[in-house]
Design a protein around this ligand. Structure first.
Ligand code: MG
Length: 225
């Protein structure tokens, strides 16, 4: 297949750009977050949580989530809880695999000349390290995490990114796993689909009105048909 064939294919694709969320969408780290939350609860003699409760309750900003699990901010300030979480997450994060079919799907999208990027609330250098570790860097035109120095949020980074692309937002698809991802996509004015195997439950995601899929095969069908 020559370059001109790719161009012909791309004309007929529903989306010319795909922007992926990272944690929970491509990287299977939800189970680890639940395990760490349970270690934090156990240390304080509080009852365990479950994957279902986590997906039902997790929200952004996260400080509104911990108090729902039973933590008392009077005795355990949010900052302490957050540091405790990050310490175990940082140590164990590479126990998490990519979700099934990640590499195959982004390779297929690349072969169809769909430009792809990662837009994440993960700290930029840490995000780059993970994307490189899984040898996925070659598939993405851009990888955008949060830069602690400027402390811009995912919405702000998304707005800057879409402005830099100089594309029609209707040609762009954002794929994420949380209500916050939907808010980011809305702010950017781009299409959005959500996956229900990550950090938020299917009913919460469906309430946005965006298409919701249980696996990447569903996402593939939506994009390629
Ligand atoms: Mg996510």
């Amino acid at each position: 297949m020559c370059l001109s064939d790719f161009a012909v294919i791309n004309v007929f694709m529903k989306f010319k750009h795909i922007i992926w969320d990272w944690n929970g969408t491509l990287w299977d780290d939800t189970w680890l977050c639940v395990e760490i939350n349970n270690h934090m609860l156990e240390r304080r003699g509080l009852p365990d949580t479950t994957l279902e409760i986590y997906r039902d309750k997790l929200c952004f900003p996260v400080d509104q989530y911990y108090c729902q699990l039973g933590f008392n901010y009077e005795t355990d300030p949010y900052k302490i809880l957050a540091e405790e979480f990050i310490a175990e997450y940082t140590e164990r994060r590479y126990e998490c695999p990519l979700h099934t079919g990640t590499r195959e799907l982004i390779a297929e999208f690349q072969s169809l000349e769909i430009r792809q990027a990662v837009l994440s609330a993960y700290q930029h250098n840490t995000l780059m390290e993970a994307v490189e570790k899984f040898q996925l860097l070659e598939f993405f035109d851009d990888v955008i995490g949060l830069n602690d120095i400027y402390a811009a949020g995912k919405v702000e980074n998304g707005l800057k990114y879409i402005a830099s692309l100089n594309v029609n937002p209707t040609d762009v698809l954002f794929i994420g796993d949380t209500l916050h991802d939907f808010e980011v996509a809305e702010a950017m004015g781009v299409n959005c689909v959500l996956v229900a195997y990550g950090h938020n439950s299917r009913p919460r995601l469906e309430a946005t009105g965006a298409p919701v899929f249980d696996n990447l095969a569903g996402v593939r069908k939506h994009v390629i048909g």
